[in-house]
Design a protein around this ligand. Sequence first.
Ligand SMILES: [Zn+2]
Length: 241
Amino acid sequence: MSPARQSVRHQRLHQTSIQLQGREVLVTIQSMKRKSLRLGVNAAGEVEVKIPLRCPKHELMAFLSQHTVWLEQRLEQLELMQQAQCEQMQYLGKGYRFQPSEQKSKQPVLIDGTCYYPQSWSTENLLAKIESWQRGQAKEIYQQLIDQWWPQFSQGALIERPVLRVKKMRSRWGSLSSKGFINLNLKLIELSPEIIEMVVVHELCHSHHFDHSANFYRLMAEKLPHYKDVEAELKRIEKGS
Ligand SMILES: [Zn+2]
């Protein structure tokens, strides 16, 4: 430890600022016993440059201006990384923080509120990768629910066994078309299994009643007696977001 401590004593710290993409960025300069200039961005997003003790100012400024593109990229990357870290993934009614990890699995691994994802996934692509993983999960989980519930609806239904389509929809959680498609919102995968099931059962009830008539709700209550509680829970979530 002692050589390092000695070099610290010889360091001189001062600051300058440079223009990056129209904004002023503060650069901390450490002059120290070294041969070359070295530029870095620390975890807090501060730009640091290490320079030899007798480095003339014009040389430093030339070095900085040569590296503006690199700096801009590095700062942008850091910002994206911080955004992704703040952001949580919602999955089946629970929140997960993102954490890169050295894992064999090419898929996210969820443990105790953390979503571990392969280190090779760049931060820029993280949310897109997560979405495509969620789409795969959604297809599987929604299909299982349809397979599980359809036998209770097939007899006397106005359509054949509906074909699943997972979609991004703005204003609806699901719909059933008379052509036999059951459209379910990708976003449903963020909500609890009870809510997903309620939406699936709701859409399947439409295979007997293509409206929200009293008969429709009678069927709904017969199939899922607690559906009103689950609907109320969904309403609470909709209001919260
Ligand atoms: Zn409906």
